[in-house]
Design a protein around this ligand. Structure first.
Ligand SMILES: [Mg+2]
Length: 221
């Protein structure tokens, strides 16, 4: 029986106190740290929408190039063991996906770097930017729930979906999943997760998740 495992990125897979979000990692390379930090603050306080963030960040990132994004990605600190966990999900015929509000030009690198099957992120124009951000395609955190349901339908997975996240916006993902795992949550989550992990090695909570899925399959047999 296959399973679907969906991961948030910022604060979940990307666990770096120097650059807590992908946008800040990119901003460091682009020389606009203070500006993007200000935008992140407005976003976190609910004073800016994700589509407005994308439109304004695109202006600060006007001279951003793919090699600068590569550099930003390579300098980030990630949870340990991501590649092994994704390989084990595949060994069990499962699907590993990332659903993030971060820019697609950064998040899509997760597929090559760690083997994820699917990455959903905020769409930006092709780098270097010439076109404006398409505001109608910028997702909101509420969309995380819809995307999980679409992935379940697409891959025909029923009753074996695990969502991994760290913040209140991931509660939308948790709603559409059968199990929820909170990794290093910074704030209290709206609902208690099935599993809570504080640490830096994804393989540790994954062992528990794999055992949970095995038990469920045994009970169903
Ligand atoms: Mg997060």
């Amino acid at each position: 029986m296959a399973d679907l495992q969906v991961f948030d990125m910022d604060g979940t897979l990307l666990l770096d106190p120097r650059t807590p979000t992908a946008s800040l990692a990119v901003a460091r390379e682009a020389g606009c740290w203070e500006e993007v930090e200000l935008l992140e603050g407005l976003l976190a306080a609910g004073r800016m929408t994700h589509s407005a963030f994308a439109a304004v960040a695109r202006v600060f990132w006007e001279h951003l190039t793919p090699p600068m994004v590569d550099q930003a990605f390579d300098r980030c600190r990630w949870l340990q063991g991501i590649e092994e966990v994704v390989a084990d999900i595949h060994a069990h015929d499962g699907v590993a996906a990332v659903i993030t509000m971060a820019p697609d030009f950064f998040a899509e690198r997760l597929a090559d770097a760690f083997g994820f099957d699917y990455v959903a992120a905020t769409p930006y124009p092709t780098l270097p930017f010439e076109a404006p951000v398409n505001l109608s395609t910028a997702p909101d955190p509420e969309d995380k729930e819809r995307i999980v349901r679409q992935l379940k339908d697409h891959f025909g997975i029923d009753g074996r979906t695990v969502a991994w996240g760290d913040g209140p916006s991931d509660a939308f993902m948790f709603r559409a999943a059968d199990w929820s795992v909170a990794l290093n949550p910074r704030k209290e989550l709206p609902t208690a997760p099935d599993l809570l992990y504080e640490g830096t090695d994804l393989r540790e909570p994954y062992r528990h998740v794999r055992a949970m899925l095995r038990d469920q399959a045994t009970q169903a047999a």
